[in-house]
Design a protein around this ligand. Structure first.
Ligand SMILES: [Zn+2]
Ligand SMILES: [Zn+2]
Length: 119
């Protein structure tokens, strides 16, 4: 007996399922549950960002930004795909009881300007 997705009606004959939902809907639900903004502390004097808890400030780079934004999605695995000065595109994955779910997710970066400890 195929399963049918309660949201879109897709059948498990045609598409992979994660629990009760088809993969498309499972991803969409996961995506909607994620924050769409991420606050990042930026030093207004030296322009470095706080890359993680209790760590020092670092130059803006893919690595430091990934680390800073990951703080907002601590329950999941989070990788930065690319970024601009306003947005970041991430690959976020979760190990659910039904298997691995991973989505591409875009967040708006909210830079919060303050002074770092060095300045
Ligand atoms: Zn569906
Ligand atoms: Zn500074």
């Amino acid at each position: 007996m195929p399963k049918f997705c309660p949201t879109c009606g897709n059948s498990s004959d045609k598409i992979a399922f994660l629990g009760n939902f088809c993969m498309n809907c499972a991803k969409e639900r996961f995506n909607k549950s994620l924050d769409i903004t991420a606050e990042v502390l930026l030093c207004k004097k030296c322009g470095k960002i706080k890359s993680g808890k209790g760590q020092s400030y670092e130059e803006i780079s893919g690595k430091s930004l990934e680390s800073a934004i990951s703080q907002h999605f601590r329950r999941y695995n989070c990788h930065l795909i690319d970024y601009t000065d306003k947005t970041a595109r991430l690959d976020i994955s979760d190990e659910t009881e039904h298997g691995k779910l991973s989505v591409e997710h875009e967040v708006e970066i909210e830079f919060k300007r303050k002074m770092c400890d060095m300045c």
